[in-house]
Design a protein around this ligand. Structure first.
Ligand SMILES: [Zn+2]
Ligand SMILES: [Zn+2]
Length: 621
């Protein structure tokens, strides 16, 4: 019933762009009725990118008719038709709709009147066109710039979105305040389509989602697995340098762990249903007894990591203890929300938990922020900001939503705020968005197509280690037991979402260090296969992912194939190269090519990979 509330909301949203889009919907309907007399109408609301109108057409319309409809619309704009408002008593309004031959509008009018007890209904007239409508509109059609809209699509749509109802034809259009805005938006949209991670994921052979395996459970193909291995390697190296230790823990656990951590029952609906195991165990005197245990697939890694902390007695001398794992988790996302790699049910987190004393919170948090910065620089991510999410003591539901300990909140919030100031990264504060166990920093990214996403979250947790939860302890310098603080952090976020982001960010043209195939050799004829094989082998000895195109295609076609796969470096080899023991290097997205001795090329590419060089600045192209 989205249309209904949308229509009622009209009056309250009167931005100039909204008026323009809404008015254009009327103009288009007028043009369509002119072209297809005898058609009837459904709804015609503005949208975030323009507007649409639904029709039951007397004769079909296809994209071939778009030019004619646009021509007629422009004529209506030239006529400067004024929009005139009028209010009719309900019986008169219904009579008018009958007379107009608009059964769908009449049905809706009766329903509106009944539901809201309306005694009158409003109409807008421009030129020969009348619509039951609450407005608002522009003063006259001449206010609308002729170049600010473009018809976009024609498709089937059920009346009121209900498949039991009649099928209508929806004609949708883009509309913006100016021709420039329109063109920029259409370009962004087309660029977004080209960069769509689902489309590129298939084209570049990165992953597949197989219904036989299950919804939302991506299978990483060999090329996609390279991305995963490289990103994990990056995390492993950065974390090693920053003093982390790695652990490996199982994907399932007994329910006991989640009762302790407090995730059950609150988190249960986001988890796969439990597995109940029944087995027979022998006790000490040889008698057998039935044991029944409940297991869950883990939706997060934290409780497992906390058990690693609790595996033995800890001293303050071991802190900060930084435990890292590229940890697989499973979440039972609603199937309607699943989408490519952006929303999945099986995902991997670049996870780590830092156990520390109160005095170490700030410097540990700053170090995490520095790791973020390093990653931003490495991937050329520039459009980001941080959001410091605080608890809301005035929230009436606060006691259920947050651990009720004002003093601990004040102290931890202050430390995180101080850490953010020290890091110098841009951040804003939001009340009421904290985790239940402490304040957090959300890393917000804007994608190349303009979508804003929470990319990673860093949380400071004072509650879970406490006695009423997991009761984590260390011996302090005073010889007493204390609860540590925990920082939950995952600067690369979840692997699946990050790969989706990177595919769109780079438009599939990954930097050399990350590219599934880094170098492809293109021998110009069979005669040069051996030479190409030799260079390939030398590259592989240096851990460069190289391959030879042994197809019978002409070299021009081989180059085009490599371009489609967005391979960063192709080496063309023929007579000259063999004689000079050289290779001719062409890079993706660069015009000039160069010929280098093989040894020099080997050194250059090995260095580029080792340094994880970002040669091209990503952006819209
Ligand atoms: Zn309207
Ligand atoms: Zn955690």
């Amino acid at each position: 019933m989205a249309d209904l509330s949308q229509d009622l909301g009209d009056k309250h949203n009167a931005s100039p762009l909204y008026r323009l889009r809404h008015s254009l919907a009327h103009v288009m309907a007028q043009a369509v009725l002119d072209l297809r007399p005898g058609s009837t109408r459904g709804f015609g609301p503005p949208t975030d990118t323009g507007f649409f109108y639904d029709f039951v057409l007397s004769e079909p319309i296809t994209e071939d008719d778009f030019r004619e409809i646009e021509r007629r619309m422009k004529r209506i704009l030239k006529q400067r038709q004024p929009f005139e408002y009028e209010e009719l008593a309900l019986p008169d309004a219904l009579a008018r709709l009958e007379e107009m031959g608009e059964p769908y509008k009449a049905e809706y009018a009766r329903e509106l009147a009944e539901k809201h007890g309306l005694e009158t209904l409003s109409f807008y007239t421009n030129g020969p066109f009348v619509d039951m409508c609450e407005g608002p509109h522009v003063k006259h059609t001449g206010e609308i710039p002729a170049g600010c809209f473009r018809l976009r699509s024609v498709a089937g749509a059920y009346w009121r979105g209900d498949e039991r109802n009649s099928m209508m034809t929806r004609i949708a259009a883009w509309a913006y305040e100016s021709k420039e805005d329109l063109e920029a938006a259409v370009r962004r949209y087309q660029e977004g389509l080209k960069r769509d991670h689902k489309r590129l994921g298939a084209q570049l052979d990165l992953y597949t989602i197989d219904p036989v395996v299950g919804k939302g459970l991506p299978l990483w193909l060999p090329k996609g697995t390279v991305l995963r291995d490289e990103l994990e390697k990056l995390a492993r190296e950065e974390e090693f340098k920053a003093g982390y230790e790695r652990i490996a823990t199982p994907h399932i656990t007994r329910d006991e762990l989640y009762h302790l951590s407090g995730h059950l029952p609150y988190y249960a609906e986001d988890m796969y249903p439990p597995m109940v195991l029944e087995e027979t165990e022998a006790d000490e005197d040889g008698a057998s007894r039935a044991v029944k245990e409940t297991y869950y697939l883990r939706p997060m890694n934290c409780p497992h990591h906390h058990r690693v902390f609790a595996a033995r007695k800890r001293s303050y001398r071991e802190l900060p203890l930084r435990l890292a794992e590229y940890g697989q988790v499973y979440r039972f996302e609603d199937h309607g929300a699943l989408s490519g790699l952006l929303r999945v049910r099986g995902l991997c987190m670049n996870d780590a938990h830092i156990y520390c004393t109160p005095d170490q919170i700030e410097s540990e948090f700053v170090a995490v922020m520095e790791m973020h910065e390093r990653y931003f620089e490495l991937f050329g991510i520039e459009d980001f900001y941080m959001r410091l999410s605080l608890w809301d003591p005035d929230d009436p539901k606060g006691r259920e939503k947050y651990v009720n300990d004002p003093e601990a909140w004040a102290a931890t919030e202050d430390r995180v705020r101080q850490a953010m100031r020290t890091s110098g990264l841009p951040f804003e504060e939001v009340r009421g968005e904290a985790a239940f166990y402490g304040p957090k920093i959300d890393v917000q990214l804007r994608t190349v197509t303009g979508r804003e996403e929470t990319f990673a979250t860093n949380q400071l947790d004072f509650a879970q280690p406490r006695a009423d939860h997991l009761n984590l302890q260390y011996t302090g310098p005073d010889g007493e037991l204390h609860h540590p603080y925990v920082i939950h952090r995952a600067p690369l976020g979840t692997h699946e979402r990050f790969v989706a982001y990177l595919i769109e960010h780079f438009g599939g043209a990954f930097p050399t260090w990350l590219a599934p195939v880094q170098v492809r050799l293109l021998p110009i004829s069979e005669k040069f296969f051996d030479y190409a094989d030799g260079v390939e082998s030398q590259l592989r000895q240096r851990f460069v992912r190289a391959e030879v195109d042994r197809s019978a295609e002409k070299v021009g076609k081989k180059i085009r194939n490599a371009l489609t796969q967005k391979i960063p470096i192709v080496l063309v080899v023929g007579e000259n190269e063999v004689e000079a023991e050289s290779v001719t290097v062409r890079r993706y997205g660069e015009d000039e090519q160069s010929t280098l001795p093989v040894a020099q090329f080997l050194d250059e590419v090995a260095r580029e990979v080792a340094d994880r060089t970002l040669r091209r600045r990503p952006g819209l192209d």
